[in-house]
Each structure stands twice: as C-alpha cells, then as structure tokens.
Design a protein around this ligand. Structure first.
Ligand code: PLP
Length: 460
C-alpha cells in the first residue's frame, strides 16, 4: 500500500484517503469541534443520498441524526434541488426590506396552515439562533406596544439550547456555551430547572413525575414580579441536551402560569418542528399552544439556511397598531430574511410534506424506532435512554471526565458506519422520517456494534 505524508505534522494515511483530503486543514477554524483532534484524524463527508452518507474513505454510513436534525426528508432530494436551481435562474436575490417577492408570502400562508391556534404571522430569519433572537425582540416589542415597557426579563430553562448568539445563549442553559461569554450576556434572565429527574431512567415517552418543576416559573414570577417578565422560552422537548421529554402536564402548567402573569410563552421548535414528534409541531402533539414558535432546520430540509418565527395574530396586530401609518413597525430584520433560494427550498419541502404524508409517516415509524432504541439498554456502558417520536438520547456512563465517553463512542460508531451527533456524554439519535424499518434496524445494530467496540477498548 502506498503511504503518503501530509500536513505539517507528517501524519501518514493510506492511498484511499489522500485524494479526498484538502492540502491543508489548518486554515478552517471549525465550529463546535475539537479542531486539534479532527485535524489529526479528519472525518470528511463527501456525499449524501437518501439515508446514507459517504466519507472520504469511501465508506457508506447511515445518517442516524438527520444531519443536525435538519434533513429528515432525506439527502439529495431532487425536488428541492430543482426548485432551488429554478429559483436561482429566475430571481436569485431581492432585498427583503420595503420590497418582496411572491414566494415568501406563499410560504408564509403554507406555514400558517400547519402552526397551532392563530400563530399565523410569519417572520423569516436566517437560522435557529436568529429566530430565537427575533422571538425575544418581538416579545419586548409586543409588550412595549401595549404600554408594558417594564417587561424586560426573560426566563429560560437549564439544559435548554437555543443557539449561539447573545440572546440565545443568555436564555439557553448549557454551561459550556456561556462560560467564556458570561460577562456579556443579556441582563434580566433567570432559569427554571430542567425536567430530567433521577427517577427518569429508561423511560420512552413522557415521564409521569416532575410536573411540579413547572412551578419554578411561578416562584420566579413571585420573586421578580410577574409583571416584569416578557417571556418564558423552552424547547417542548430539549433536543441538544439529549431528548429531555417533558413530564405529563408540565407544558400545560407552564402555559397556565404564563397566562396568570401575562408572560408570553415561546416554544423553540427548531428541532421538534416539522414532524419530529409525529405531529407538525410538538405544540399540537402535547396539546399546548404557545404565543410564539421558532423553527429552522427541517424548514428547508437543512439545505439552505432559514429560520422562522410564527406569532399569534394579536402580537402582530399590537405591534402594527402601535406604529404610525407609513412607519416601519419593527426595526428588525436580516439581509437574508426569506431570500428566494431559502423560500424555494422551503416550498419544495412543503410539497414533500403534503405528498408523502410525512407527519403520519414519522408517527407510524416512531414506535418501531423507540422499541429498537430501548433494546440498547442492556449494554453495560449505557447509563440511560430517553425517547419520544423520532428522537432519542443515549447517555453513556462517564469515562474519566465529562464528554470523553460521548466523543469516543461517537468515533467508534463512525468507524462502524453510523453517524450522529454527541453532546457531552449523550448520543443524540434522530432518524430521518423517510427511514424504513430496515434502516432503523441498521441504525440500532450499528449503534450496538459501535458502543460495544468502544466498551471493549475501555477494558483493553
Ligand atoms: C432548539 C434549538 N434552537 C435553536 C437552535 C440554533 O439553531 P442554529 O444553529 O440554526 O442557529 C438549535 C440548534 O440546534 C436548536 O436545537
């Protein structure tokens, strides 16, 4: 076998590797990545089709996390590619301020058909983080428009993830994401406790204990004055910290407390939106209607960045009514808010959802996936498993320090051909909705092999 040398460190690789590896990996500072580890042992993805990915070694891997929860309708969807290509030829860009194009209005109408209640007013952003930031700003603008300018406080939740801009990390609850930036966080934010209790061991679906954790919001409202709080933001199911499913009755109780104090309730459905639970939104799945929903990821099947904020009509009306005629009502927006390519991809996704009855498909496959997922509980290095719909979290037992087990296990699984994301010591599993039973079997079998390989290496 020919062996090449590459990179400054002179690492050696086999001849299969080399053609797909760029000359230098040094210049690209990769996000949320152990750059040093990656550059020693790169994992490059070179192709994607359906439920499979190909890496630079020519190995096929099954995608067990729909990318980052964003490609649930399958990789390489021709309908989306064609819609984007057609849009680029016809109208590649138009500025979204004081101007528009038809597609963004058509898309808003289609999105509003799926959102719960009267969350029928649609604001476009660039991604999940900007959707959250926008929801924060809309909350403040709404209260101000109603003469409630003292409402500046926001309530987030421990173990929540809402993205990485300052607004999003301030309301988020993941300590590693804020440590470095603690001095520049948004003021006035408090957090309620997360919903994961020690007794929530190997539970598929909603735990029956823990509803009272929602009362944290009442305590904060009493301590700070509910009249000072603009909004409470939660993910209906915390996704990035490993599928923390809300206890039965929990979201309903949050809703009641918000109503009592005039606090807006924001559901961050960047992960749960567009079918992940088996309903269009987790809001419908759990029968609780928030005031604002944020979404992103699956909106375009992940192929063009786009975020969306859906608001109740009365929020929009209040902001409109407060501004003089002819004035810009909300001084907020992005160069890439609802740009034609993103809209074209999202419209194609809407067609796929309709034609392929996607939400039902996810709902029907969910029990099979959940059953498979929980078969992994007999592996000794598995600490806990949680799941709901087409989402699952597998906690690995800690190995020396937090995060090591998750990362090592992710790498062992990658080697046996199953790809996903690990956060800390949790393996995040979120199969595509187009998966057939044989794909779910493949995911579970490969997870078993990968986790066992990791476990064997521990013992050696
Ligand atoms: C619930 C939730 N909100 C917001 C975000 C941020 O989205 P983005 O990375 O597109 O900014 C994420 C990303 O994973 C998310 O899971």
């Amino acid at each position: 076998m020919i062996v090449y040398k590459y990179f400054k460190k002179g690492r050696t690789v086999s001849s299969e590797d080399i053609s797909k590896i760029p000359n230098s990996l040094q210049e690209h500072w990769m996000p949320f990545t152990s750059n040093k580890d990656f550059k020693e042992n790169p994992r490059l993805i070179t192709g994607a089709k359906g439920v499979y990915l190909t890496n630079h070694k020519g190995k096929t891997m099954i995608d067990a996390s729909s990318g980052l929860f964003c490609n649930p309708f399958g990789h390489g969807r021709k309908e989306i590619t064609e819609a984007v290509a057609k849009q680029l030829e016809q109208l590649d860009y138009c500025q979204p301020f004081q101007q528009g194009f038809g597609g963004s209005f058509d898309l808003a109408t289609k999105i509003a058909r799926h959102t719960p209640g009267n969350l029928n007013r649609i604001f476009y952003t660039i991604c999940g983080s900007t959707a959250v930031e926008t929801a924060i700003k809309i909350s403040v603008a709404y209260h101000r428009a109603k003469g409630d300018s003292q409402r500046f406080r926001f309530i987030g939740r421990e173990r929540g993830y809402h993205g990485m801009n300052i607004g999003a990390i301030s309301v988020g609850g993941m300590v590693n994401n804020i440590k470095t930036f603690a001095s520049i966080l948004m003021p006035g934010v408090a957090h309620i406790r997360h919903t994961h209790l020690p007794e929530h061991k190997f539970i598929s679906g909603q735990p029956t204990t823990g509803v009272e954790l929602a009362d944290d919001l009442e305590r904060i409202a009493v301590n700070f004055g509910g009249e000072n709080i603009a909004a409470c933001i939660v993910e209906p199911i915390a996704g990035s910290t490993g599928t923390l499913v809300p206890p039965k009755g929990y979201l309903k109780r949050l809703r009641e407390i918000c109503n009592k104090h005039g606090i807006l309730l924001i559901f961050d459905e960047v992960i749960t939106g567009w079918g992940r639970t088996g309903s269009a939104f987790a809001s419908q799945e759990f029968g609780v209607t928030p005031d604002i929903i944020t979404m992103a990821k699956a909106t375009t099947n992940g192929v063009v960045p786009m975020g969306v904020v859906a608001c109740k009509e009365e929020i929009y009306d209040a902001v409109m009514d407060a501004a003089p005629k002819g004035a810009v009502e909300l001084f907020h927006g992005y160069t890439y808010s609802g740009i034609p390519v993103a809209v074209a991809a999202a419209l194609a996704v809407q067609d796929i959802i309709e034609k392929e009855n996607i939400f039902n498909r996810a709902k029907e496959m969910a029990p099979y996936f959940q059953k498979g997922l929980f078969t992994l509980q007999d592996i000794d290095v598995v600490e806990n498993i949680r799941g709901y719909g087409m989402m699952g979290g597998i906690d690995m037992k800690m190995n020396v320090k937090p995060g090591k087990a998750g990362f090592e296990c992710f790498k062992a699984c990658y080697e046996v051909g199953v790809n996903f994301k690990a956060t800390g010591d949790c393996l995040i599993i979120a199969p595509q909705f187009i998966c057939e039973k044989k794909h779910i079997d493949e995911i579970i079998n490969k997870l078993r092999t990968g986790i066992l390989n990791y476990s064997k290496n521990l013992k050696n």
